[in-house]
Write a protein that binds this ligand. Structure first.
Ligand SMILES: Cc1cc2nc3c(=O)[nH]c(=O)nc-3n(C[C@H](O)[C@H](O)[C@H](O)COP(=O)(O)O)c2cc1C
Length: 176
C-alpha cells in the first residue's frame, strides 16, 4: 500500500464540520500522512499532497468564503488530484442544491461530493445562531404532514457513516 499525503481542509462555526474532519483524519492517519487544517490557519497549496478533502458547513445557503476562494484559486490543481468535497448542513434535502450553487461547474471532484449531515441544536448556540437554528427546527417540525415524504420532518443529524464511506474510498486509492 502506498502511503498517501492527505490534506483535509475544514471550515466550521459550531463544531460539526470540525468533528467530521477529525473523524476522517482519525480513520486515515493510522496508515497515511494526514494534514488537518482549519480555515483559521494558513492553507497549504494542494500541489504538496496526493489527496485533498475540503469540508465546509453551510450558512445562509453558502459554503465558507475562505474555502470557496481557495477552490477558485486552486481549481486546476484540485481537479487534477483525487479531490472530495464534504458539506455539513442543517437542511440536508438541499445538499444537491449546495453542490450545484457553491462549487465551480468545472471543478472535478473525482472522490465525489459528500453529505456529512448537520445539527440544528439551539442549546449549543448563542445569539443570532441560536435564533436561526430555533427557526429552522420549527420550520422542519411544522411542515405539512400531509406530505408523504417523512424525511422532510426529521431533524438532521451528523452522518459519520458517510465520513467512513469517504475514508474507505481514499483507502482504496492507496491499493490501486
Ligand atoms: C446562522 C446559521 C445559518 C445556517 N444556514 C443554513 C443554511 O442556509 N442551510 C443549511 O442547510 N443549514 C444551515 N445552517 C445549519 C448548519 O449548516 C448546521 O448547523 C451545521 O451542522 C453547522 O456546521 P458547523 O457546526 O460546522 O458550523 C445554519 C446554521 C446557522 C447557525
Amino acid at each position: 500500500m502506498k502511503k498517501q499525503k492527505i490534506l483535509i481542509l475544514y471550515a466550521t462555526r459550531n463544531g460539526a464540520t470540525k468533528y467530521c474532519a477529525e473523524l476522517l483524519s482519525k480513520k486515515l492517519d493510522t496508515v497515511h500522512e494526514v494534514t488537518l487544517v482549519s480555515t483559521k490557519d494558513a492553507l497549504p497549496s494542494p500541489e504538496e499532497f496526493d489527496v485533498v478533502v475540503i469540508a465546509s458547513s453551510i450558512r445562509m445557503g453558502k459554503m465558507n468564503k475562505t474555502l470557496k476562494k481557495y477552490i477558485k484559486e486552486h481549481k486546476v490543481a484540485l481537479s487534477a488530484l483525487p479531490t472530495a468535497v464534504g458539506f455539513c448542513c442543517g437542511l440536508p434535502r438541499l445538499f444537491e442544491e449546495y453542490v450545484e450553487t457553491q462549487l465551480p461547474k468545472d471543478l472535478v471532484c473525482s472522490l465525489g461530493h459528500h453529505l456529512f449531515g448537520g445539527e440544528l441544536k439551539p442549546e449549543k448556540l448563542h445569539g443570532m445562531d441560536k435564533l436561526f437554528v430555533k427557526m429552522a427546527r420549527n420550520s422542519i417540525q411544522t411542515q405539512d404532514f400531509e406530505q408523504s415524504n417523512a424525511d422532510l420532518h426529521d431533524l438532521p443529524e451528523l452522518l459519520p457513516e458517510n465520513v467512513a464511506l469517504l475514508a474507505d474510498k481514499i483507502k482504496q486509492l492507496a491499493l490501486e
